[in-house]
Ligand binder design. Structure first.
Ligand code: PEP
Length: 259
């Protein structure tokens, strides 16, 4: 079910989305400066551009500050994770309701760094997606294979099983975005070939709810984004490292300017 904070989107068109994952980077001054610069770029953009939805996902400590700066910019705010429960004795965790309360409209879930460092399972991720919807947030579900899994010819099998294990039955294009992020491409400067991206995105589209947006993530930068973002099955990007540089991030966002 779509929550009250959910924005309406024309899913037939599959509005492109470029999301920045700031990870655990930035103190308040850094976050505010980056957000101010992005707001200036957005204000200076020609009418009808950038031609995609723009989202930033700062660390939880910066959500309030960055959200305040971005008011009126058209740039959306998102969290990087949430707990499945709405509240309670979960020291150090943050609920989806808390993210919504801070102005978030999205939350990234199942990022490979959460799977690797926090042992997140597909079942736990499915519960978090349901929690995001309960709070009116759209979930960005990250899936992707490791280098070993790809070399063993298991990439499609692994991603398919992540999708099957973590997408709740009620999923729709309005409440879920999928980010295909090969683990070996994250933060390494390596990117999947355009053939591999197209093949995996087509497979994900076959298994996912109709009209869903599928982002690519993994070392996307201003140099490689034109080739990746113009692929017909790619509906945008989840950007890590390059999203910490306003100029680089806006160059990626501006790939969609002419679309
Ligand atoms: C990410 O963390 O989601 C990501 C894609 O990182 P990077 O762009 O740095 O590879």
């Amino acid at each position: 079910m779509i929550g009250t904070g959910q924005r309406g989107r024309n899913m037939a068109i599959r509005t492109k989305l470029v999301a920045g994952n700031w990870k655990m980077n930035g103190l308040r001054q850094d976050g505010a400066m980056l957000a101010h610069t992005l707001k200036e770029y957005a204000a200076a953009a020609a009418p009808g551009t950038p031609g995609c939805e723009v989202l930033v996902c700062p660390p939880a400590t910066l959500l309030s500050e960055v959200g305040g700066v971005l008011v009126g910019s058209g740039i959306a705010l998102g969290g990087q994770d949430c707990h499945a429960a709405p509240k309670g004795a979960y020291t150090g965790d943050i609920s989806a309701e808390m993210l919504a309360d801070l102005g978030c409209s999205y939350v990234i879930l199942g990022h490979s760094e959460r799977r690797q460092h926090h042992g997140e399972t597909d079942t736990a991720i499915r519960d978090k997606i349901a929690a995001a919807w309960r709070a009116g947030l759209a979930a960005i579900l990250c899936v992707g294979e490791t280098q070993e899994q790809r070399q063993a010819g298991k990439a499609v099998e692994i991603v398919s099983s992540q999708l099957d294990g973590s997408i709740p039955h009620a999923a729709s294009a309005a409440t879920l975005v999928i980010a295909y992020e090969p683990v070996w491409a994250i933060g390494t400067g390596l990117t999947a070939t355009t053939e591999d991206i197209s093949e995996m995105h087509a497979e994900i589209r076959r298994r996912a709810p109709a009209g869903i947006r599928i982002l690519y993530g993994g070392s996307v930068n201003p140099r490689n984004c034109p080739a990746i973002l113009t692929l017909s099955e790619v509906d945008g990007a989840l950007v890590g490292g390059a999203s910490l540089n306003a100029n680089d991030f806006w160059t990626i966002v501006s790939s969609y300017a002419a679309k």
